[in-house]
Design a protein around this ligand. Structure first.
Ligand code: 5GP
Length: 215
């Protein structure tokens, strides 16, 4: 698939990982990317956790039993997999590998453990972006969803978010999300610049060869 800015050249797709502690705006920015950019689509994971209201099989997740999940792990069908908050998650490999060759970009909403595994396996295909909240106060505000949340519940959410933040240095780009539109613009710039990397421009060799042929 060609980019709008680069219509004649084919390129390899990339794996765009967007991670953040909950409360830092990852879901909003992901949704904006998927809505506004026609060339990226979500990597759909398999999970053992129960489906939540509003979720759709195959769109949000592939919902599988623990037995099915274990089978996929045993057959090495996952590019990466991890247990997050007591549930098992994994990225099915086949759809991604074929898609990358065809020039498809994928957006990943996976945790830091999965990001590490993905990077170990697919290094040059992976772009890792981490979002931070603008302040501790703002994080607390965003994690206090209802006035009825108890102090213990809020403290537990804060502790979980801070433990996620501690993995910030495993990412290529770390952005502070103080304004959603501004943050989205920076995320999009990163995506666009990464698409232009020479190593991904598989069509360049023939293109340049043609430019250099004797006139
Ligand atoms: P949720 O169950 O709320 O959708 O996701 C919980 C956590 O699991 C989130 O931090 C999300 O990023 C992570 N997650 C979702 N899918 C995967 C996956 O395939 N691999 C890994 N490593 N983490 C995942």
């Amino acid at each position: 698939m060609a980019d709008d800015t680069n219509l004649t050249l084919s390129r390899r797709g990339l794996m765009f990982v967007l991670s953040s502690p909950s409360g830092a705006g990852k879901t909003t920015i992901s949704r904006m990317l998927l809505e506004r950019d026609a060339h990226i689509r979500m990597s759909v994971s398999a999970t053992t956790r129960p489906m939540r209201p509003g979720e759709v099989e195959g769109r949000d997740y592939f919902f599988v039993s623990q037995e099915q999940y274990d089978g996929k792990v045993a057959r090495c069908e996952f590019l990466e997999y991890a247990t997050v908050f007591g549930n098992s998650y994994g990225t099915p490999e086949a759809q991604i590998r074929d898609g990358l060759v065809a020039g498809q970009d994928f957006l990943f909403d996976i945790d830091w453990q999965g990001t590490q595994q993905l990077y170990q396996k697919m290094e040059s295909d992976v772009v890792r972006v981490f979002l931070l909240p603008p302040s501790l106060d703002e994080l607390r505000r965003r994690l206090t969803t209802r006035g009825t949340d108890s102090a213990e519940v809020i403290a537990a959410r804060m502790a979980r978010a801070q433990s996620e933040i501690s993995h910030w240095d495993g990412y290529d780009y770390v952005l502070v999300n103080d304004d959603v539109e501004a943050c989205y613009a920076r995320v999009f710039q990163i995506l666009e610049a990464e698409r232009q990397r020479r190593a991904r421009q598989t069509g360049l060799i023939d293109f340049v060869r043609d430019l250099m042929r004797p006139d």
